[in-house]
Write a protein that binds this ligand. Sequence first.
Ligand code: TLP
Length: 362
Amino acid sequence: MTMSVIDLRSDTVTVPTPEMREAMANAQVGDDVFGDDPTINLLQEEAAAMLGKEAALFVASGTMGNLSSVLAHCARGEEMILGKDAHIFRYEAGSAAMYGGVQPNTLPVQADGTLDLNQIRRAIRGNNVHFPTTRLICLENTQASAFGAPLPPDYIADVANIARDHNLKLHIDGARIFNAATALGVEASELVKDADSVSFCLSKGLCAPVGSVVAGSREFIERAHRVRKSLGGGMRQAGILAAAGLISLRKMTRRLHEDHATARQFAEGIAQMPYIRTDVSRVKTNIVYFNLTADAPIAVDELSARLKADHGILMRPYDVSERSVRVLTHYWIKPEHVERTLSAMRALLDPVRAGRERLSAD
Ligand code: TLP
């Protein structure tokens, strides 16, 4: 990414760093379907160790990681309990239903990103011939729809206890699990120790061009591996990708506090502007949502179109509500990019103050 464009649409837009490109060019590779790619094997070992799991599997995307996990846990006609705003439910093309015949049973996601424990208990089906069999609970950490809220270890332990009591499995869509760990000041392994499986993304804030990792017990990973193959996810010399992923794991997981600081900087800046509604206190990781008030001089679509056309700033109107915009910070967004974004927004929403500031700068 050349930073003449300030791309705040997602942390998925991160391009690999020069160090990653060099590692990719020099990667040792082999046929991973034969288990022969040393770089993939190393990535899987390091990822499993970081997450405190027995084994891990490199997959093409977060969606494939979640789908492989759900299909490894559930049989056709079985049910998974998950948030109504969970990525698995909203944004994965109905894949669990499409490929696994798995029925979602959705619960509201609370402002702090959690599902209510009593609602989870009530959603678990009893033993009755009319009912589907509940098999799985899925959590999302961070919960993207709730300002990227990090779910703390105590809460995860509570959900895991419910799962254990009812003989259910627990999967964590940890696309941004290292953001959660950073925000909470704990190791990622602490956040997944009670889960049967976890999927996390290398290609979001961790900057790798492609790939996610699923981790769990050796036995679970063997099943997920077979599912991955059935989905066409057996990739051959993909060590070229895993080479970037190793840098993600070793280095990029350690700098995410910087992205959380730029997200907060952005939220604090827009909170001062007229016509904007946001909640700075909810910004704990790298995701910010804001709304424009009904009397704003400009609509959300127009705001994002003007920012793009006049300033090369990209952000995404979001489907949570009509007047809502989602902004994510990441490796390529530095404090000065946030400053530029704030002054561009001020010029559109608060031209009088923006003019005053320009004059005093001259
Ligand atoms: N999220 C993308 C979009 O699909 C919305 C984004 O820009 O945030 N779990 C979570 C919590 C995610 O946010 C995403 C991607 C995924 C899974 C899926 O990852 P990919 O895109 O690699 O399939």
